[in-house]
Write a protein that binds this ligand. Structure first.
Ligand code: UD1
Length: 338
């Protein structure tokens, strides 16, 4: 199948492009490099041994989307392209609503014009807010989002659900990602944070590499096993593979269809456990301190992933240890480049 991957030069997008190609599909990338760079395409070339078709542009333009659909016979879409900085979304909510919601609506409309029905959408466990109980399953009620960014994910899910409810001929899946970490084992692609990383693992690897002086763990006085937050850290390659499984599942569907799936490991690790595991598997000492809580952080979340295991026939294959080794290998490769 020819699969359009919006945001295909991004962290999760690029790893998904590799898995699509390995499974015999033809990925076609759209990216505006707002949170990625052209070097990702070179990394993909090295891994795949051939160039991936690429269009530079923003999905929030119907005209641009139309031109891509007109030039290619597209069978389905994976929509990663979105802005994802929580803090920025609080300061500039209109940017987030315009980009994340606008691009989804335009994409669905253009898909309709070209009779493309299948879409896998990047949602987030952020839709659960601070859950009353863990693990969270897809039946766990969503809570009001704690940022405009998070709200765009909830609204996007509502849009997908409503479009399908209206009987329009689309088959949609929303994948609710937990915390993706790691990098491709080749170290040709990985996470490329813009400026100072706000996510944990890139901050850790940059600290280990000497790019940052010290990691601050945001709070150790939470009501958790060691006082630090609990997250479900999933290897990005396992997450990428879930998109393939979602597509296979959608291929068996016709008419109007929508469903959502948690994509995590099913296990919760604390931030401190993650830091200690990073030190152990990479045989190094990390300079870190405990600091104050970061406002808006969820205390504890990890996913019940039995629905994806069962219906999508998908399971994680990689361990936290592998993810943290791969993340470090990638950071070292980045250091060599400079
Ligand atoms: C964050 C977003 C989430 C988004 C995801 C995208 C918030 C509240 N949530 O998830 O909506 O989908 O990024 O990747 O921002 N930590 C430290 N020190 C650091 C960085 C992080 O201790 O320097 C801790 C955080 O307090 C948190 C954990 O590490 O407990 C994970 O943080 P992060 O990687 O930013 O992910 P989330 O906050 O879970």
């Amino acid at each position: 199948m020819n699969i359009l991957v919006t945001g295909g030069a991004g962290f999760i997008g690029s790893h998904t492009v590799v898995e699509l190609h390995n499974a015999g599909h033809t990925p076609i990338i759209i990216d505006d490099f707002s949170n990625s760079e052209a070097s990702v395409l070179k990394g993909l070339h090295k891994i795949l041994g051939e160039e991936v078709k690429f269009y530079e542009g923003n999905c929030n333009s119907e005209e641009f989307l139309r031109s891509v659909f007109a030039e290619n016979s597209i069978d389905g879409v994976i929509h990663f392209a979105a802005a994802k900085a929580v803090g920025e979304s609080v300061e500039n909510p209109l940017k987030y609503y315009d980009l994340n919601i606008g691009s989804l609506i335009k994409l669905i409309q253009v898909m309709g014009e070209f009779k493309v029905e299948k879409l896998v959408f990047s949602s987030s466990c952020t839709v659960y807010g601070e859950p009353d109980e863990v693990p969270v399953s897809e039946l766990t009620p969503r809570k009001p989002a704690n940022s405009p960014y998070g709200n765009t994910k909830s609204i996007a899910e509502d849009i997908l659900r409503d479009v399908v409810k209206a009987g329009m001929n689309y088959q949609f899946i929303a994948l609710r990602y937990f915390n993706p970490i790691g990098a491709h084992e080749s170290a040709e692609i990985g996470e490329l944070p813009n400026g100072v990383p706000s996510n944990l693992v890139p901050y850790i690897t940059q600290t280990a590499a000497g790019v940052r002086e010290q990691l601050t763990i945001f709070g150790d006085d939470y009501d958790t096993k060691d006082g630090t937050n609990i997250r479900d850290f999933i290897h990005v390659v396992d997450l990428a593979k879930a998109h393939l499984a979602a597509f296979d599942y959608l291929n068996g569907k016709s008419d109007s269809f929508y469903d959502e799936f948690n994509v995590g490991t099913g296990e919760g690790y604390s931030v401190l456990e993650l830091v200690q595991t990073f030190e152990k598997v990479n045989d190094l000492k990390l300079n870190y301190k405990i600091g104050p809580r970061r406002s808006g952080d969820t205390v504890k979340i990890y996913g019940d992933v039995s629905k994806a295991n069962k219906l999508l026939n998908w399971k994680t294959q990689k361990s936290l240890e592998e993810a943290l080794k791969d993340a470090w290998r990638w950071e070292q490769k980045l250091a060599e480049r400079k």
